[in-house]
Design a protein around this ligand. Sequence first.
Ligand SMILES: Nc1ncnc2c1ncn2[C@@H]1O[C@H](COP(=O)(O)OP(=O)(O)OP(=O)(O)O)[C@@H](O)[C@H]1O
Ligand SMILES: [Mg+2]
Length: 366
Amino acid sequence: MLKLEHLTKVYAALPNEYAGGIRDANIDLAPGTFFTLLGPSGCGKTTTLRCIAGLETPDTGRITVDGRPLFDSDRGISVPLHRRNIGMVFQSYAIWPHMSVFENVSFPMRVSKTQRYTSAEISKAVDAALESVGLGGYAKRSATQLSGGQQQRVALARAIVHRPKLLLLDEPLSNLDAALREDMRIELKRLQRELGVTAVYVTHDQSEALAMSDTIAVIAKGRMMQVGSPRDIYFRPANEFVASFIGHTNILRGRLDGAGNSVALEGGGTLRCRTAGEAGPDVAISIRPEDIALQRAAPSNGDGMNILPGVVTAASFLGNVVHYEIKTGNAGSTFRVEGEPATPFDTGAEVVMSFRPEDTLAVPRS
Ligand SMILES: Nc1ncnc2c1ncn2[C@@H]1O[C@H](COP(=O)(O)OP(=O)(O)OP(=O)(O)O)[C@@H](O)[C@H]1O
Ligand SMILES: [Mg+2]
């Protein structure tokens, strides 16, 4: 449905340094996909979205929607923004305060260059769009009389009113408070499914990305590091950056043996592991905090497990879980561990960490 081929937009031509923009992005999405661009601030998410929307002209590459080229540097094609039939929602509400809710939401239909609508068609579409974002009956209100969450719903209604096939969302929930953001996440996802629209969603919040997406692209410094399902990204990260960006994982460094199933740690000691990607021989090791078990002494049935002794240096009780910091002898590495609240350990306690080789993932360094 949406295809990006070698999409590149570079702001300053520094050959070896990241100078902003996006480089050589490739994706191919099936219709109805909820696709997320995930990465730290300044990695090129908004740039990618603006290129798809037609707000930015890429340097090179191709953008195709439903087989129709919107941009193709080789063939000199660049469809103007108002002819792309795309719905957009941005981080700032960007609704017009001097207009009513009706005027805001109907705007894309009133100014459409691709289609003429009768006022009855517009009314009907606006009502349907407001209904679907939970603002039925708000059409006559002035936009300034709405809360932040309601304003963002108006922006969403405006983006879907003309039934676009592609919906672009740039951190649409980041201005909302935590509770409202959670609600809107679920609502947005439901709406996207109901409409069957393909969505490109931008966020730097990894839990938002995991919860909402069918496919995630993890971006660092203008490059797509990995494109995959939330489970792929979480359980089979392509490299150290992806592993460390998703969840608060523990990262160690070491050298893989020839068979690829054990690793000599830089700080001393050996762990059994599994490999992901083209790892080796110098690798990063990722161990998730929830995969580590804590005990007072080495487990008697710990055959084949990785065992590391350590000392509790911090413990925070969060109700359903206790977050620990465990210091080990391995070059003084500190581990994050999520423990059972029923069997707490105090700061200063000597403990033994055990974790399975399957949960000890060797990935390429980055
Ligand atoms: N018009 C521009 N001119 C020059 N550099 C730009 C321009 N727009 C963006 N950049 C640079 O390109 C890089 C990527 O910017 P972009 O806005 O795509 O990041 P982002 O991933 O959306 O970040 P954030 O999460 O902070 O919104 C940044 O380093 C930014 O400074
Ligand atoms: Mg941005």
